[in-house]
Design a protein around this ligand. Structure first.
Ligand code: RP5
Length: 167
């Protein structure tokens, strides 16, 4: 059962959102906003694959035990954070390639999307934080009729917005 914020229970972070640097925070923020909109408890952490490798691994190893279901990880450049996270957990990992200064995020995208067979990272678009959250919600909705209804209503609103924008 997924504990939504609307329920009077202790909020376990169902989705953990990790980022390699505080400089990624603004890009990652839409993920937090969408999870909030769907009342899904989440936690945001700055944890770097190369600057805080031990802390990253400890955090991820403990995540499943405390009830976290999905990990979103955003990183830029040689973006190995989602890969190292996926290496130490069987929780689904969704990677967000962050747009980098030198290569416009192509480096981040390829670093995240090109995981060798065996350790998957579901990769969204460069700076695609909103879709990372929506994909996480779709996975959670597999066991939550309440979330499925919310997703359907979200899609209906998207549809209405497009139709209203026609002149
Ligand atoms: C990565 O390096 C981070 O994910 C960030 O996107 C990039 C640059 O980090 P800072 O130099 O801004 O800390 O680890």
């Amino acid at each position: 059962m997924i504990l939504l914020n609307t329920e009077k229970t202790v909020s376990i972070p169902i989705v953990a959102i990790l980022m390699g640097s505080i400089s990624d925070a603004d890009t990652i923020e839409p993920a937090r906003q969408i999870l909030k909109e769907f009342d899904i408890p989440c936690e945001m952490k700055v944890l770097s694959a190369h600057r805080t490798p031990e802390q990253t691994i400890s955090y991820v190893k403990a995540a499943k035990e405390r009830g976290t279901k999905i990990i979103i990880a955003g990183a830029g450049g040689a973006a190995h954070l989602p890969g190292i996270v996926a290496a130490v957990t069987t929780l689904p990992v969704i990677g967000i390639p962050i747009k980098s200064k030198s290569l416009n995020g192509l480096d981040s995208l390829l670093s995240i999307v090109q995981m060798p067979a065996g350790i998957p990272v579901a990769t969204v678009a460069i700076d695609g934080a909103a879709n990372a959250a929506l994909l996480a919600i779709e996975i959670l909705a597999l066991s939550s009729p309440e979330l499925t209804i919310k997703l359907e209503s979200y899609r209906t609103k998207l549809q209405e917005k497009v139709l209203k924008s026609s002149v």
